[in-house]
Design a protein around this ligand. Structure first.
Ligand code: GLY
Length: 308
């Protein structure tokens, strides 16, 4: 199994022919756009629907039928869901014997999900309830960006906003998109190199995600849009807890609001926080600015501070 130090991020052209000896995992929508076909291609359902045990099992069975073993390479071409399920299956198949290359096709996957080895499945409506770590190489091809719709590009900008806030530099938003993506991806890689298993510093990458997962579940928002909403509400929470000052909170809340629609945070969303992975002993786990350290709060306190 690859170690985090050996997992590379390369930038270049994805040429299908270079991977004819590998096993490619994608979905039919992506396959159609990029002309990916052949006996070495496995199709997962599109989006979050792929993140099930049933899909991971089907993928492992396909690996078996192809007699894959040590030294064989799997190539996951797609957004976060394709990467999550393929990474999960690679992590459990023959105890991690395969090699994996992520070829992210969305901004969210380029700056976040393809990097750092986290994998995930949803169980009983709980997002990312199950997962493992499987470190993989990444090939980022910026020409995929031209095929994304406005919604997908906007969603990516939610994750990018998170990184800009972590760095404390709002002017990064003025750089060309390719540069923003490379900056965020390299930033994440550095954090993961220092803390591969999320035991300390890597937790800060979860900023905005407690509220985001609740909003994704309740409203079906694209991930990055939900993260931008999470940034808005969790910054408010930090301010109300005295963790950041008013100028700081206003600045970042206004930036989030200028780029994204902000939706109301509801009682139902607050209840769903009780399932968050960062919770400890029934308390809700957040990572809050300005220091981006983990904070635990009772659900009653969260409701009092956010349902205003
Ligand atoms: N998406 C947060 C992390 O990879 O740690």
């Amino acid at each position: 199994m690859k170690k985090i130090d050996d997992a590379r991020i390369d930038y270049g052209k994805f040429v299908l022919d270079d991977y004819r000896d590998d096993s490619i995992v994608t979905d039919r929508h992506i396959a159609e756009i990029y002309g990916i076909r052949g006996k070495n291609v496995f199709y997962l359902p599109r989006g979050e629907q792929a993140k099930t045990f049933a899909c991971a099992q089907r993928l492992c069975k396909w690996f078996l039928r192809r007699r894959l073993g040590a030294g064989n390479r799997v190539v996951a071409v797609g957004g976060g869901s394709i990467g999550d399920v393929t990474g999960f299956a690679c992590g459990i198949y023959k105890r991690g014997a395969l090699r994996l290359l992520h070829v992210p096709t969305t901004v969210v996957a380029m700056v976040d999900s393809a990097i750092g080895g986290k994998t995930a499945l949803d169980v009983d409506g709980v997002k990312n309830a199950v997962g493992n770590y499987f470190f993989a190489d990444v090939l980022t091809d910026f020409s995929f960006l031209a095929t994304l719709g406005d919604d997908q590009l906007l969603s990516g900008k939610g994750e990018i906003l998170k990184y800009f806030m972590l760095c404390g530099d709002p002017d990064l938003v003025k750089r060309p998109l390719n540069e923003q993506i490379a900056f965020c991806a390299d930033y994440k890689r550095e954090v993961c190199l220092r803390d591969p298993y999320c035991e300390g510093e890597r937790n800060k990458l979860n900023f905005g995600h407690t509220v985001a997962h609740a909003m994704e579940l309740a409203l079906g928002l694209p991930h990055g849009v939900a993260v931008a909403n999470g940034i808005f509400y969790e910054t408010s929470l930090a301010f109300r807890l005295g963790l950041c000052d008013a100028n700081y909170a206003e600045h970042w809340r206004n930036l989030a609001k200028s780029l994204f629609d902000v939706y109301p945070f509801t009682e139902e969303m607050a209840e769903s926080l009780l399932q968050d992975k960062k919770n400890v002993n029934g308390q809700i786990g957040f990572v809050l600015p300005a220091e981006f350290k983990p904070v635990l709060l009772d659900i009653s306190r969260v409701k009092a501070l956010l349902l205003q």
